[in-house]
Design a protein around this ligand. Structure first.
Ligand code: SPV
Ligand code: MG
Length: 290
């Protein structure tokens, strides 16, 4: 079964899939090992990996290169965060072909203007496209995909832009009419009530996806009780976890004047060999090098 079909089946079987942000093949391998259902090729994480803010500075080529590298090292379906789709509906058509070929199983396209501003920053300049223009982008994505299982997920930033629930619902419904398979609704409130209220009010024919970055108290149990949400995307946890670990380790090495203390608190190199599948290379050496 192809990954896009697997993602759809898993959603139908379990009612809720858990999708972890990945900014590299190694982070994707660790997410697969931990038991996630899918990977989020996050724009925020890749931007942070380059030491850049998430403001349309990373090119499509950079994102695709990383996505291909990730797809080459895991079996998990990949949900690609393509931000605003790199331009208008024509750019979206080009992007869909590229992302399908690169190994993605889904794309999320958001209704902001290009260049976008990262959603969670305080006082961010959050401008939304006209509904009809964004509908055109969704229609173009749906018309371009080759695999009917490839998911087109429309993301509304109406709550992020402070436009309120009624506007978020209106936009989400319009995007379903344009052919979206799912709606991602994002919020930067630390209180999950904004998302809970949207989810209860949602009567659309497609399920919802959420990114509980700002409101971490909304766990899977509470999400399942809401009923409409089928995908939880852990949007910046990979890069935050790795930055935390590196920050602490690097500071300790300087403070300790060497690696003699930290060495017992980090993975031994043999564990990294396992993640690199060194055993397979050894077996191939024995077989082919004579
Ligand atoms: C990302 O991970 O790139 C996202 C989620 O889009 S957020 O940064 O919360 O907007
Ligand atoms: Mg993003």
């Amino acid at each position: 079964m192809f990954p896009a079909k697997r993602l759809r089946s898993r959603m139908a079987e379990t009612g809720l899939v858990h999708v972890m942000a990945a900014h590299s093949p190694l982070s994707a391998i660790l997410a697969e090992e931990a038991g996630f259902d899918g990977l989020w090729a996050s724009g925020f994480e890749l931007s942070a990996l380059y030491g850049l803010p998430d403001m349309s500075l990373i090119s499509m080529t950079q994102h695709l290169d990383m996505l291909r590298a990730i797809a080459g090292r895991t079996r998990l379906p990949i949900v690609a965060d393509i931000d605003t789709g790199y331009g208008n509906a024509i750019n979206v058509m080009h992007a869909i072909g590229e992302y399908e070929r690169a190994g993605a199983s889904a794309v999320v396209i958001e209704d902001k203007t290009f260049p976008k501003v990262t959603s969670l920053v305080a006082d961010g300049r959050q401008e939304l496209l006209r509904i009809e223009e964004f509908q055109g982008k969704i229609e173009a994505a749906v018309a371009t995909r080759r695999d009917p299982d490839f998911l087109i997920i429309a993301r509304t930033e109406a709550l992020i832009a402070g436009l309120g629930e009624a506007e978020a619902l209106r936009r989400a419904q319009a995007y379903v009419e344009a052919g979206a398979d799912m709606i991602l609704v994002h919020s930067r409130k630390t209180d999950p009530r904004e998302i809970e209220s949207f989810s209860r009010a949602w009567t659309g024919s497609v399920p919802l996806a959420i990114v509980p970055n700002a409101y971490p108290d909304l766990d899977a149990e509470r999400v399942k009780a809401l009923g409409n949400i089928r995908m939880m995307i852990y949007g910046n946890y990979g890069i935050r976890a790795s930055a935390t670990a590196m920050q602490e380790t690097f500071r300790r090495i300087i403070a300790d004047g060497g690696v003699h203390h930290v060495r017992k608190d980090i993975l031994p190199v043999e564990e990294i060999f396992k993640l690199q599948r060194m055993d397979e290379v050894k077996a191939a050496e024995a077989r082919f090098l004579g």
